[in-house]
Design a protein around this ligand. Structure first.
Ligand SMILES: Cc1ncc(COP(=O)(O)O)c(C=O)c1O
Length: 319
């Protein structure tokens, strides 16, 4: 069953998008995974059922894009990865430089010139108790493949989102700035979106402020100014978010202000867009069936998308 033209999805049957996404990974039979220092055929790349990454979601990860043989913001992603690990008191068995070389090797071995890297540290193999320090050593793996979060046509028509009932973890419970393997908070909000026939949900923090999407940051445009929730709202400090704030918005002559916002700010906005490594930049046209601005992807969003494309497709920064 295909998705509706108005970009909602069919709840009864998988949409074409769900089919694409459920395939999820490349069908390339030659895909090789970097696993604990070695390349392994993807069918054979396996980790133990006693790995705490599986048993408890104990670990952290990064998603990184490759554009024209350049790994976009690789070093910034690796720094965030090592910060996440440190905050989880998980000691990588490899240095940051070794992980960087391994990512480059995984891309080269799989001949990915445009695609996506998933880098994962799990706590490693342990017993059935929670104690992370009884685990042998972290498992590390790198998948160099591809990703498509939303169907291509939604970048033209815009994305419909809902406001999730489920709130984002508070910073003092599990800080959303840690990109941990424990994504159930986001997944349950994503399920709310899918149940309502759309592909993304916006999450509020426990104080009712807008935090972020389930896998992306949010930006709001009002009267030619751009706003995004402050990091105190409890968000992943997105690398695409930072790129928009520091490079793309200034390039089109607009500054971005971080502030605490409420759902009303979305409904009164001229434009809204989401950013993330996987979704890149995508305009949002509706929140809970209410139109945002003109109900179409706005001009500022389009200008930022164009600037983004220009900068990533030619000599994407790797720092
Ligand atoms: C919860 C969440 N917020 C925001 C983002 C966007 O971050 P980035 O631009 O670094 O990919 C992601 C994706 O990594 C995410 O999972």
């Amino acid at each position: 069953m295909s998705s509706h033209n108005d970009n909602t999805i069919d709840k009864e049957a998988p949409s074409s998008d769900t089919v694409t996404l459920s395939a999820g990974h490349s069908s390339r039979s030659s895909l090789k995974i970097w696993l604990d220092g070695e390349f392994v055929d993807h069918e054979k790349a396996a980790i133990s059922v006693f790995d705490h990454g599986l048993l408890y979601g104990d670990g952290c990860f990064e998603g990184i894009r490759i554009y024209n043989n350049r790994i976009f913001k690789l070093r910034t992603h690796l720094e965030r990865m090592f910060r996440s690990a440190e905050l989880l008191r998980l000691q990588s068995p490899y240095t940051i430089d070794e992980i960087e070389s391994a990512c480059r090797e995984a891309v080269a071995v799989n001949q990915v010139s445009n695609g996506y890297i998933r880098l994962v540290f799990t706590r490693g193999v342990g017993g059935l108790g929670l104690n992370p320090f009884l685990c042998e050593k972290p498992t590390v793996f790198i998948i160099a493949d591809s990703i498509q979060l939303y169907p291509a046509e939604m970048y033209e028509t815009g994305l419909r989102v809902v406001m999730a009932e489920r709130r984002r973890f508070p910073i003092n419970c599990l800080d959303p700035s840690i990109k941990s393997l424990n994504y159930l908070n986001n997944i349950m909000a994503k399920v709310e979106a899918i149940d309502q026939g759309v592909l993304e949900a916006i999450m509020l923090n426990s104080d009712g402020h807008i935090s972020e999407g389930t896998g992306d940051n949010i930006f709001i445009i009002k009267d030619k100014s751009i706003y995004t929730p402050s990091t105190e709202a409890g968000i992943l400090h997105g690398i695409t978010r930072q790129f928009v704030m520091e490079e793309l918005a200034p390039a089109i002559g607009i500054t971005v202000e971080e502030k605490m916002m409420y759902p009303q700010h979305i409904l009164e906005a001229d434009e809204v867009f989401l950013t993330g490594t996987a979704c890149e930049i995508i305009g949002v046209t509706h929140l809970d069936d209410q139109e945002i601005g003109t109900g179409q992807v706005g001009q500022v969003t389009k200008a930022l998308e164009a600037e983004f494309r220009k900068r990533v497709e030619k000599n994407a920064p790797e720092d």
